[in-house]
Design a protein around this ligand. Sequence first.
Ligand code: S3P
Length: 424
Amino acid sequence: MSARTFSGPIPLQGRVTVPGDKSISHRALMIASLGERPCTIRGLSNGDDVVRTRLAVEALGAQLEVAESGDVTVAGGLRGARDPIDLGNSGTGIRLLAGLLAGFDFNTTLDGDASIRQRPMDRIIAPLAEMGASITGSGGDGSLAPLTIEGRPLRGIEYTLPIASAQVKSAVLLAALRAKGPTTVNEPVPTRAHTEEMLAAAGVRLERGDCSVTVWPGDVDPPDIDVPGDPSQAAFWLVGACLAPASHLIVENIYLGPARGGFIEVLGRMGADISVDSETGDIRAKSSELGGTRVTADELPGCIDEVPILAVAAAAAEGDTVFEGVGELRVKETDRVAAVAEMLAVLGARCQIDGDTLVITGVGRAEALGGGTVDSRGDHRMAMAAAIAGVVGSGSMRVEGFAATKTSYPSFGDDLRLKEEQTQ
Ligand code: S3P
């Protein structure tokens, strides 16, 4: 098992670039694979999740060229794949592809790793079936991967999401491109808007309200795209800079669109010295003294992927931090409620779970965080959160299963080590 040990405290200084946004990268590949003209994607995420989506669209018939610079040019045209497609650890990959493929006239089987095979797929099967799709899942009630999709003509629907999920919204909107008539998705609270932003840029007719989006079927003509840096990866560095002594860090060129920057507001309320340059997308953070805050259930979807690292901030803060509505975290890459509780026990912070509410009582300052061993449980975000806890605390943190970082940020460990060396 891969393990790495991080010891602190290490000041985090200078500038950092992070991989291209993972959510945008998946969508860029999928939407490009529908286009009639070749389109170039610059700054694609190099994480394993996105590599899987790249291989998937290629297996399905898109032609890809990867330049030495890393730019990927995609010539669209999907014909179907004979063999099952393995999306690895990627929930976004499997759920969005299921929607994208439901209305074609070929059959596909989508599969993934052991974690994906346990994650709920009924949330996409239900609305897609309402559109006329045929998706057969596995497991007792057919709600798990592998998923077999038999291409069918689809009809437009109006669908109200029972949970706030950009993945479900996006699966339905991508299916809608090949449906008869328009499709409307209503959301309980706004979730990340990449699919609608990118479909609009590709000339698809759509209408957006505060909590709804309607897509009309039609061709897509995706433009070339520069993928900005991933705010969810920036969050690890920025929390690290807030907590480590004598730190002043700038993370460059980050996506600043809706429902992705919630963690910046949360950290601001906790007293962090953090600011955003809206022209460049650079985000700056300095060593700060943090106090507790309340993250409401409505606010949580805007920082859903940042809860593991915000939990590290909360562990170091003075007082209580409350996260409401954390139920969805139980069905991420691992059960993140349980994984965060385990990590907090190692850090010496108190954690109470009452239904879907998580309350963390901080130790008051980062140097007082405990060290020990944290198992990532194969979850990239747990591995990175625990590593940052090691870098900002005065103990030593062994992160088991650190290789999970390759899912979204393969160079994270090396980039951290570089910062350590720079400050020695
Ligand atoms: C994502 C949406 C979120 C997020 C995931 C990426 C996306 O999942 O947790 O990491 O790219 O649409 P849900 O929409 O299921 O909450």
